[in-house]
Design a protein around this ligand. Structure first.
Ligand SMILES: CC(C)(COP(=O)(O)OP(=O)(O)OC[C@H]1O[C@@H](n2cnc3c(N)ncnc32)[C@H](O)[C@@H]1O)[C@@H](O)C(=O)NCCC(=O)NCCS
Ligand SMILES: Nc1ncnc2c1ncn2[C@@H]1O[C@H](COP(=O)(O)OP(=O)(O)OP(=O)(O)O)[C@@H](O)[C@H]1O
Length: 196
């Protein structure tokens, strides 16, 4: 039986950093952000569904999703963000479940699921254990501003659109503190893997 490990955190706390390390160790990975990208590729029913609600203005000239434009819209309007979540939830879940089934069929010993909205969208029920990648909010905000070239106001809006990292930390089975160096983070993950 496969062991299904959820990796989550809040925006820019370091999920991708931890997941990349786990990928390099050879584990099977499902990346929910990647799944969310696949279900809105040009010509998909997912993209058609969001155009119906948000209008053609969210498309580029090539009729692909303008991700930056949609991000700016949903992270400054909570009703629209929730509507996007409602529209995409089913498409993302169906694709995720297919990928999970394939890895289970291949008898992967460990399947790592990197899911930003793991608790918010109820994926915790599908996980054997959940690892929360934690940094204090002040560091989270600094790293988000630097990575995505956002002002503090914009970064705070994005942080406020998710369950706070402190609440996720309380629910975690495993906490990885990513407030120090990357090497320190990798050491914590390696120590967890050694215990298994
Ligand atoms: C709004 C979109 C177009 C912005 O795209 P962009 O390429 O700029 O960002 P990316 O997809 O890499 O997401 C970056 C981070 O934003 C956060 N985030 C994304 N969507 C949401 C959301 N609906 N609510 C809260 N946080 C979100 C996550 O922490 C994610 O890791 C895109 O994030 C999207 O389609 N979101 C809806 C799908 C979704 O729910 N994704 C999360 C999968 S669990
Ligand atoms: N230990 C660290 N020290 C310094 N910078 C770090 C560390 N870990 C991650 N970062 C940087 O912080 C930013 C956020 O990290 P990362 O992209 O891994 O977060 P994430 O949780 O996957 O984000 P998102 O929710 O947007 O997908 C990146 O620019 C990354 O390079």
């Amino acid at each position: 039986m496969s062991f299904v490990l959820g990796v989550t955190g809040s925006i820019a706390t370091g999920k991708s950093t931890v997941t990349k390390y786990l990928r390099d160790q050879g584990f099977a990975i499902i990346d929910a952000d990647q799944v969310a990208r696949e279900v809105v590729q040009a010509g998909t029913p997912g993209l058609a569904a969001i155009v119906t609600y948000f209008g053609e203005g969210i498309l580029t000239k090539e009729r692909e999703l303008d991700r930056q434009k949609l991000g700016t819209i949903i992270f400054s309007d909570e009703t629209k963000r929730q509507e996007l979540d409602t529209i995409l939830k089913g498409f993302i879940r169906t694709s995720f479940m297919k990928k999970l089934a394939v890895f289970k069929q291949q008898k992967e010993a460990v399947i790592v699921c990197d899911i930003p909205l793991l608790y918010e969208a109820g994926y915790d029920e599908l996980m054997d254990r959940v690892m929360v990648v934690y940094v204090p909010e002040v560091i989270q905000c600094q790293r988000l501003m630097a990575r995505d070239q956002l002002t503090e106001v914009e970064a705070r809006k994005r942080m406020a659109s998710q369950m706070s990292i402190e609440d996720k930390k309380k629910r975690a089975d495993i906490i990885i503190d990513n407030g120090g160096s990357r090497a320190n983070t990798y050491q914590q993950v390696a120590a967890f893997l050694k215990e298994q």
